[in-house]
Design a protein around this ligand. Structure first.
Ligand SMILES: [Fe+2]
Ligand SMILES: [Fe+2]
Length: 120
């Protein structure tokens, strides 16, 4: 599945999963990626991206687990892979990395997170 990036890069209601906590966290993820793109040399922006991402994945996984969500394992694997990649990044971030992170978030929410809508 391939969803286009939104410009300006921010959350809009087409990303809504209808769990307030997760929607709020998705908004912070967009902002964290946006901040990294705006200041590619900022180690603080990168470390903030890693921490809001880790926090969100942990909350989302907790809700999936609590609901006995069927595709938990595959979903967690996608999270682990992305988190592993961004934790290994060093500043300054290049265009390819920014593009990858922007694309991953859009596609992960619409292609993967959307599958749990109504099930958590
Ligand atoms: Fe997810
Ligand atoms: Fe998510």
């Amino acid at each position: 599945m391939d969803f286009p990036n939104t410009e300006p890069y921010c959350w809009d209601c087409s990303f809504e999963v209808f769990y307030a906590k997760l929607d709020d966290e998705h908004k912070s993820l967009f902002k964290a990626v946006f901040d990294c793109a705006a200041d590619r040399g900022s180690a603080g922006a990168l470390s903030n991206l890693c921490s809001v991402t880790a926090n969100h994945f942990s909350d989302e996984e907790g809700m999936m687990k609590g609901a006995g969500y069927g595709d938990f394992a595959g979903h967690k694997k996608a999270h682990d892979e992305f988190l592993g990649k961004i934790k290994g990044l060093k500043c300054p971030l290049d265009d390819g990395t920014i593009h990858y992170a922007k694309d991953w978030l859009v596609n992960h929410i619409k292609g993967t997170d959307f599958k749990y809508k109504g099930k958590l």
